[in-house]
Design a protein around this ligand. Structure first.
Ligand code: FES
Length: 202
């Protein structure tokens, strides 16, 4: 179960930098006049990227102002979707899926690795200030369970040892390879089985 916590420490002000303001205006221009509020999710995402992967309350107010909509509505969207972080997260943010298929395939062993190698508690920044982790609901890669998302990449078909190696690579400033850790290209059957083409493997 994921927990959404709003940071107690909040910056007073937020505004888009020039590049992100341009991106926001481009997104807004995709919608007809009077429907600019439809851009709220995209603008929250841009704010999150600009602000080291989390959204302060001042950014929600700023976006409400740009989109001419009540602040509470922006707040509702930001607090509903788990992809928006409302407190600071590590430079490497590990999201461990613990929904049923991942849970049955060993997701809680991955949680134990995160507790051991990153921080004892969810949403707590590691001692070296580099990483944090949290449990999340299904990330849509159930066929390759168990999996985690690190920043924008998916790491799939994991077990404890493989995740430990990934974290060690990050600690040593190497970039781990995303994708399946059982050699799959995507979500095809294991061992190049061709279901329905080979009776033995069907
Ligand atoms: S249950 Fe983990 S990705 Fe769907």
């Amino acid at each position: 179960m994921s927990l959404k916590k709003i940071s107690k420490v909040q910056p007073k002000n937020f505004k888009f930098n020039a590049k992100n303001l341009k991106s926001a205006e481009k997104v807004i221009s995709n919608y007809p006049k009077g429907k600019q509020q439809s851009a709220v999710m995209a603008l929250l995402y841009i704010a999150q990227r600009q602000n080291h992967n989390w959204i302060p309350l001042s950014a929600m107010k700023y976006i409400a102002n740009i989109l001419d909509m009540p602040y509470i509505k922006v707040y509702e969207v930001a607090t509903f979707y788990t992809m928006y972080n409302l407190s600071p997260v590590g430079e490497y943010f590990f999201q461990v899926c613990t929904t049923t298929p991942c849970m049955l395939s060993g997701a809680y062993k991955l949680v134990d690795v995160c507790k051991k190698k990153i921080s004892q508690n969810e949403s707590e920044i590691s001692k070296n200030g580099k990483s944090s982790w949290m449990e999340v609901e299904c990330l849509g890669a159930c066929v390759n369970a168990p999996m985690i998302q690190i920043n924008n990449d998916y790491f799939e078909d994991l077990d404890s040892q493989k995740l430990e190696k990934i974290i060690d690579q990050i600690i040593n400033n190497h970039k781990p390879k995303p994708g399946s850790y059982r050699g799959r290209l995507s979500s095809e059957p294991m061992n190049i089985r061709k279901t329905l083409m080979d009776n033995k493997n069907a």
